[in-house]
Design a protein around this ligand. Structure first.
Ligand SMILES: Nc1ncnc2c1ncn2[C@@H]1O[C@H](COP(=O)(O)OP(=O)(O)OP(=O)(O)O)[C@@H](O)[C@H]1O
Ligand SMILES: [Mg+2]
Length: 318
Protein backbone atom coordinates (compact mmCIF):
# COMPACT_ATOMS: atom_id res chain seq x y z
CA UNK A 1 0.00 0.00 0.00
CA UNK A 2 1.22 3.51 -0.84
CA UNK A 3 1.64 5.53 2.36
CA UNK A 4 4.09 8.17 1.14
CA UNK A 5 4.22 10.50 -1.84
CA UNK A 6 8.03 10.51 -1.83
CA UNK A 7 10.78 8.39 -0.28
CA UNK A 8 14.14 10.17 -0.13
CA UNK A 9 17.31 8.06 -0.16
CA UNK A 10 20.34 10.09 0.74
CA UNK A 11 22.92 11.46 3.09
CA UNK A 12 22.30 12.72 6.63
CA UNK A 13 24.60 14.80 8.77
CA UNK A 14 24.73 17.47 11.43
CA UNK A 15 26.06 20.99 10.88
CA UNK A 16 27.97 22.48 13.82
CA UNK A 17 28.01 26.16 12.90
CA UNK A 18 30.23 28.72 14.66
CA UNK A 19 29.61 32.39 13.92
CA UNK A 20 31.32 35.58 14.98
CA UNK A 21 34.99 34.59 14.77
CA UNK A 22 37.44 37.42 14.06
CA UNK A 23 39.75 35.34 11.81
CA UNK A 24 40.24 31.73 10.69
CA UNK A 25 42.18 29.66 13.25
CA UNK A 26 45.91 29.04 12.86
CA UNK A 27 47.76 25.82 13.69
CA UNK A 28 48.61 25.71 17.40
CA UNK A 29 46.32 28.62 18.35
CA UNK A 30 42.78 28.95 19.66
CA UNK A 31 40.14 31.53 18.80
CA UNK A 32 36.69 32.17 20.24
CA UNK A 33 33.33 32.17 18.43
CA UNK A 34 30.39 34.36 19.47
CA UNK A 35 27.64 31.83 18.73
CA UNK A 36 27.08 28.12 18.18
CA UNK A 37 24.26 26.36 16.34
CA UNK A 38 23.82 22.61 15.91
CA UNK A 39 21.37 21.95 13.08
CA UNK A 40 20.37 19.26 10.64
CA UNK A 41 22.64 19.53 7.59
CA UNK A 42 22.75 17.68 4.26
CA UNK A 43 21.09 18.42 1.00
CA UNK A 44 18.80 15.37 1.14
CA UNK A 45 17.49 16.34 4.59
CA UNK A 46 16.77 19.94 3.53
CA UNK A 47 14.88 18.59 0.51
CA UNK A 48 12.88 16.10 2.60
CA UNK A 49 12.03 18.65 5.32
CA UNK A 50 10.90 21.34 2.89
CA UNK A 51 8.95 18.90 0.73
CA UNK A 52 7.12 17.74 3.85
CA UNK A 53 6.46 21.36 4.89
CA UNK A 54 4.85 21.94 1.47
CA UNK A 55 2.37 19.15 2.22
CA UNK A 56 3.82 16.02 0.60
CA UNK A 57 3.96 12.82 2.68
CA UNK A 58 7.69 12.08 2.92
CA UNK A 59 9.79 9.21 4.29
CA UNK A 60 13.60 9.20 4.60
CA UNK A 61 16.01 6.30 4.11
CA UNK A 62 19.62 6.96 5.13
CA UNK A 63 22.28 5.80 7.60
CA UNK A 64 23.28 7.40 10.91
CA UNK A 65 24.84 6.20 14.17
CA UNK A 66 23.31 5.73 17.62
CA UNK A 67 24.89 8.84 19.15
CA UNK A 68 23.69 12.28 20.31
CA UNK A 69 23.89 13.63 16.75
CA UNK A 70 21.61 10.81 15.60
CA UNK A 71 18.95 12.06 18.02
CA UNK A 72 19.26 15.58 16.58
CA UNK A 73 18.83 14.18 13.04
CA UNK A 74 15.76 12.13 14.00
CA UNK A 75 14.14 14.91 16.07
CA UNK A 76 14.68 17.54 13.36
CA UNK A 77 13.18 15.39 10.61
CA UNK A 78 10.27 14.32 12.79
CA UNK A 79 9.55 17.93 13.78
CA UNK A 80 9.07 18.64 10.05
CA UNK A 81 6.69 15.70 9.70
CA UNK A 82 9.18 13.45 7.86
CA UNK A 83 8.82 9.73 8.58
CA UNK A 84 12.10 8.34 9.99
CA UNK A 85 11.14 4.67 10.35
CA UNK A 86 13.29 3.76 7.30
CA UNK A 87 16.46 5.37 8.72
CA UNK A 88 19.12 2.79 9.56
CA UNK A 89 21.12 3.25 12.79
CA UNK A 90 24.56 1.61 12.86
CA UNK A 91 25.84 0.21 16.18
CA UNK A 92 29.45 0.93 15.28
CA UNK A 93 29.53 4.01 13.00
CA UNK A 94 29.12 7.64 14.01
CA UNK A 95 26.61 10.08 12.56
CA UNK A 96 28.31 12.35 10.01
CA UNK A 97 29.02 15.95 10.96
CA UNK A 98 30.27 19.15 9.32
CA UNK A 99 32.07 21.80 11.32
CA UNK A 100 31.28 25.17 9.70
CA UNK A 101 33.29 28.29 10.56
CA UNK A 102 31.59 31.38 9.18
CA UNK A 103 33.88 34.36 8.78
CA UNK A 104 32.79 37.54 7.01
CA UNK A 105 31.26 36.45 3.66
CA UNK A 106 33.34 33.26 3.61
CA UNK A 107 33.31 29.93 5.41
CA UNK A 108 35.65 27.03 6.14
CA UNK A 109 34.22 23.54 6.57
CA UNK A 110 35.45 20.14 7.72
CA UNK A 111 33.19 17.11 7.17
CA UNK A 112 33.43 13.73 8.84
CA UNK A 113 31.13 11.60 6.65
CA UNK A 114 30.68 8.78 9.20
CA UNK A 115 27.72 6.47 8.63
CA UNK A 116 26.45 8.23 5.49
CA UNK A 117 29.44 6.82 3.55
CA UNK A 118 28.33 3.34 4.49
CA UNK A 119 24.77 3.23 3.09
CA UNK A 120 24.67 0.26 0.71
CA UNK A 121 22.17 -1.21 -1.74
CA UNK A 122 21.85 -4.33 0.44
CA UNK A 123 20.62 -2.10 3.32
CA UNK A 124 17.60 -1.03 1.28
CA UNK A 125 14.32 -2.87 1.57
CA UNK A 126 12.32 -2.59 -1.62
CA UNK A 127 9.21 -3.50 0.28
CA UNK A 128 9.71 -0.16 2.07
CA UNK A 129 10.64 1.72 -1.12
CA UNK A 130 7.39 0.46 -2.64
CA UNK A 131 5.36 2.27 0.05
CA UNK A 132 6.01 5.52 -1.87
CA UNK A 133 4.88 6.79 -5.27
CA UNK A 134 8.19 8.50 -6.01
CA UNK A 135 11.90 7.92 -5.21
CA UNK A 136 14.29 10.87 -4.89
CA UNK A 137 18.04 10.40 -4.47
CA UNK A 138 20.56 13.12 -3.76
CA UNK A 139 24.33 13.65 -3.40
CA UNK A 140 25.68 10.64 -5.25
CA UNK A 141 29.35 11.62 -4.76
CA UNK A 142 29.10 11.83 -0.96
CA UNK A 143 27.91 8.24 -0.72
CA UNK A 144 30.66 5.91 -2.02
CA UNK A 145 29.03 2.84 -0.43
CA UNK A 146 26.07 3.04 -2.83
CA UNK A 147 27.36 5.17 -5.74
CA UNK A 148 28.04 2.37 -8.24
CA UNK A 149 24.72 0.70 -7.30
CA UNK A 150 22.52 3.79 -7.83
CA UNK A 151 21.53 2.60 -11.36
CA UNK A 152 20.44 -0.74 -9.82
CA UNK A 153 18.46 1.13 -7.13
CA UNK A 154 16.61 3.17 -9.77
CA UNK A 155 16.02 0.17 -12.05
CA UNK A 156 14.45 -1.73 -9.16
CA UNK A 157 12.36 1.28 -8.06
CA UNK A 158 11.02 1.59 -11.62
CA UNK A 159 10.17 -2.13 -11.63
CA UNK A 160 8.05 -1.42 -8.52
CA UNK A 161 6.20 1.30 -10.46
CA UNK A 162 7.72 4.39 -8.76
CA UNK A 163 8.56 7.59 -10.60
CA UNK A 164 12.11 8.78 -9.87
CA UNK A 165 14.33 11.85 -9.59
CA UNK A 166 17.98 12.50 -8.80
CA UNK A 167 20.00 15.57 -7.84
CA UNK A 168 23.64 14.50 -8.25
CA UNK A 169 25.08 17.55 -6.39
CA UNK A 170 28.72 18.58 -6.62
CA UNK A 171 31.58 16.07 -6.74
CA UNK A 172 34.15 17.28 -4.15
CA UNK A 173 36.97 15.50 -6.03
CA UNK A 174 35.58 16.62 -9.44
CA UNK A 175 36.05 13.22 -11.07
CA UNK A 176 32.30 12.88 -11.87
CA UNK A 177 32.49 9.10 -11.83
CA UNK A 178 28.92 8.08 -12.54
CA UNK A 179 27.69 6.14 -15.56
CA UNK A 180 24.87 8.35 -16.88
CA UNK A 181 24.20 5.92 -19.71
CA UNK A 182 23.46 3.19 -17.17
CA UNK A 183 21.53 5.44 -14.75
CA UNK A 184 19.43 7.97 -16.66
CA UNK A 185 17.17 5.51 -18.56
CA UNK A 186 15.61 4.75 -15.13
CA UNK A 187 15.27 8.39 -14.07
CA UNK A 188 12.20 10.56 -14.76
CA UNK A 189 13.61 13.91 -13.60
CA UNK A 190 17.31 14.85 -13.56
CA UNK A 191 17.98 17.89 -11.33
CA UNK A 192 21.63 19.09 -11.44
CA UNK A 193 22.73 22.72 -11.34
CA UNK A 194 24.45 24.25 -14.39
CA UNK A 195 28.08 23.54 -13.40
CA UNK A 196 27.24 19.99 -12.34
CA UNK A 197 25.33 19.38 -15.60
CA UNK A 198 28.15 20.68 -17.84
CA UNK A 199 30.79 18.71 -15.89
CA UNK A 200 28.75 15.49 -15.89
CA UNK A 201 28.01 15.64 -19.62
CA UNK A 202 31.49 17.02 -20.53
CA UNK A 203 29.66 19.73 -22.50
CA UNK A 204 30.16 23.45 -23.03
CA UNK A 205 26.47 24.31 -23.44
CA UNK A 206 23.20 23.05 -22.02
CA UNK A 207 21.94 22.22 -25.56
CA UNK A 208 25.01 20.06 -26.27
CA UNK A 209 24.63 18.25 -22.92
CA UNK A 210 20.94 17.55 -23.58
CA UNK A 211 21.50 16.15 -27.07
CA UNK A 212 24.22 13.88 -25.64
CA UNK A 213 21.87 12.54 -22.95
CA UNK A 214 18.88 12.17 -25.28
CA UNK A 215 20.76 9.48 -27.21
CA UNK A 216 20.40 7.04 -24.32
CA UNK A 217 17.57 8.54 -22.19
CA UNK A 218 15.03 9.98 -24.66
CA UNK A 219 12.17 10.16 -22.14
CA UNK A 220 14.13 12.00 -19.43
CA UNK A 221 12.98 15.41 -18.15
CA UNK A 222 16.14 17.49 -17.66
CA UNK A 223 16.00 20.40 -15.20
CA UNK A 224 19.10 22.57 -14.85
CA UNK A 225 19.21 25.10 -11.99
CA UNK A 226 21.12 28.28 -12.64
CA UNK A 227 21.04 30.41 -9.48
CA UNK A 228 19.76 33.96 -9.93
CA UNK A 229 19.25 33.21 -13.64
CA UNK A 230 16.49 30.75 -12.74
CA UNK A 231 16.23 27.27 -14.24
CA UNK A 232 15.91 25.44 -17.57
CA UNK A 233 13.60 22.52 -18.29
CA UNK A 234 13.74 20.12 -21.27
CA UNK A 235 10.57 18.16 -22.01
CA UNK A 236 11.79 16.17 -25.00
CA UNK A 237 11.13 18.87 -27.59
CA UNK A 238 11.55 22.35 -26.06
CA UNK A 239 14.01 23.98 -23.69
CA UNK A 240 12.00 26.21 -21.35
CA UNK A 241 13.74 29.01 -19.43
CA UNK A 242 12.05 29.89 -16.14
CA UNK A 243 13.45 33.17 -14.73
CA UNK A 244 14.25 33.40 -11.02
CA UNK A 245 12.04 35.49 -8.75
CA UNK A 246 14.60 38.09 -7.80
CA UNK A 247 13.61 39.85 -4.60
CA UNK A 248 15.27 42.23 -2.17
CA UNK A 249 14.78 40.02 0.88
CA UNK A 250 17.68 37.64 0.11
CA UNK A 251 19.51 36.56 3.29
CA UNK A 252 21.54 33.64 1.88
CA UNK A 253 21.30 31.05 -0.89
CA UNK A 254 22.00 27.97 1.30
CA UNK A 255 19.68 25.16 0.21
CA UNK A 256 18.06 27.15 -2.63
CA UNK A 257 18.67 24.19 -4.94
CA UNK A 258 17.11 21.69 -2.51
CA UNK A 259 14.14 24.01 -1.94
CA UNK A 260 13.71 24.36 -5.72
CA UNK A 261 13.75 20.53 -5.93
CA UNK A 262 11.13 20.34 -3.15
CA UNK A 263 8.75 22.70 -4.99
CA UNK A 264 9.35 20.98 -8.33
CA UNK A 265 8.82 17.42 -7.02
CA UNK A 266 5.80 18.48 -4.89
CA UNK A 267 4.08 19.53 -8.14
CA UNK A 268 5.53 16.68 -10.23
CA UNK A 269 4.01 14.00 -8.00
CA UNK A 270 0.64 15.75 -8.39
CA UNK A 271 0.88 15.33 -12.16
CA UNK A 272 1.59 19.00 -13.00
CA UNK A 273 3.14 20.07 -16.32
CA UNK A 274 6.87 20.83 -16.64
CA UNK A 275 6.08 24.57 -16.83
CA UNK A 276 4.02 24.43 -13.60
CA UNK A 277 6.77 22.43 -11.83
CA UNK A 278 9.42 24.95 -12.95
CA UNK A 279 7.27 27.88 -11.81
CA UNK A 280 6.72 26.41 -8.36
CA UNK A 281 10.40 25.38 -8.07
CA UNK A 282 11.58 28.92 -8.73
CA UNK A 283 9.06 30.19 -6.18
CA UNK A 284 10.23 27.78 -3.44
CA UNK A 285 13.88 28.40 -4.42
CA UNK A 286 13.35 32.14 -3.99
CA UNK A 287 11.38 31.64 -0.74
CA UNK A 288 14.37 29.72 0.67
CA UNK A 289 16.71 32.68 0.05
CA UNK A 290 14.62 34.97 2.30
CA UNK A 291 15.62 33.22 5.56
CA UNK A 292 18.94 31.97 6.94
CA UNK A 293 19.91 28.37 6.11
CA UNK A 294 18.12 25.76 4.04
CA UNK A 295 14.94 25.22 6.04
CA UNK A 296 14.41 28.56 7.85
CA UNK A 297 11.76 29.78 5.40
CA UNK A 298 9.75 26.55 5.59
CA UNK A 299 8.77 26.67 9.26
CA UNK A 300 5.04 26.40 8.60
CA UNK A 301 2.65 26.78 5.67
CA UNK A 302 1.42 30.17 6.90
CA UNK A 303 4.93 31.62 6.61
CA UNK A 304 5.55 29.78 3.32
CA UNK A 305 2.33 31.17 1.81
CA UNK A 306 3.19 34.66 3.01
CA UNK A 307 6.69 34.42 1.48
CA UNK A 308 5.32 32.86 -1.72
CA UNK A 309 3.03 35.83 -2.13
CA UNK A 310 5.84 38.29 -1.48
CA UNK A 311 8.39 36.70 -3.85
CA UNK A 312 5.71 36.08 -6.51
CA UNK A 313 4.91 39.79 -6.54
CA UNK A 314 8.62 40.58 -6.93
CA UNK A 315 10.10 41.33 -10.33
CA UNK A 316 11.15 38.23 -12.28
CA UNK A 317 14.76 37.84 -13.45
CA UNK A 318 14.08 39.10 -16.97
N1 LIG B 1 19.36 35.03 -5.46
C1 LIG B 1 18.27 34.35 -5.80
N2 LIG B 1 17.08 34.99 -5.91
C2 LIG B 1 15.96 34.31 -6.26
N3 LIG B 1 15.93 33.01 -6.54
C3 LIG B 1 17.09 32.31 -6.44
C4 LIG B 1 18.33 32.93 -6.08
N4 LIG B 1 19.30 31.99 -6.05
C5 LIG B 1 18.70 30.81 -6.40
N5 LIG B 1 17.38 30.99 -6.64
C6 LIG B 1 16.39 30.00 -7.07
O1 LIG B 1 16.75 28.74 -6.55
C7 LIG B 1 17.01 27.82 -7.62
C8 LIG B 1 18.12 26.88 -7.25
O2 LIG B 1 19.29 27.60 -6.94
P1 LIG B 1 20.75 27.16 -7.46
O3 LIG B 1 20.81 27.25 -8.93
O4 LIG B 1 21.72 27.94 -6.66
O5 LIG B 1 20.79 25.60 -7.07
P2 LIG B 1 22.01 24.71 -6.57
O6 LIG B 1 23.30 25.21 -7.16
O7 LIG B 1 21.64 23.30 -6.80
O8 LIG B 1 21.97 25.06 -5.01
P3 LIG B 1 22.44 24.23 -3.72
O9 LIG B 1 23.69 24.94 -3.28
O10 LIG B 1 21.32 24.39 -2.76
O11 LIG B 1 22.68 22.82 -4.11
C9 LIG B 1 17.30 28.66 -8.86
O12 LIG B 1 16.94 27.95 -10.02
C10 LIG B 1 16.40 29.88 -8.60
O13 LIG B 1 15.10 29.63 -9.07
MG1 LIG C 1 22.43 21.71 -5.70
Amino acid sequence: MKVFDVIVVGELNIDIIMNGINRFPEIGKEILAESLDVTLGSSSAIFASNLSSLGSRVSFLGKIGKDEFALTVLNSLQSKGVDTSNIIQSDTLKTGATLVLNFDQDRAMVTYPGAMEDLRLKDISFENIATAHHLHFSSIFLQPGIRSDVPALFKKAKSFGLTTSIDPQWDPVEKWEVDLQELLPYVDVFLPNMSEFLALTSSKTIEAGISEIMQFAPKLTVVVKDGANGAYGWNGTDLIHQPALLNDEVVDCIGAGDSFNAGFIHKFTQGASLKECLEYGTITGAVSTTRAGGTGAFVNMKLVNELVLRVSLAKTGN
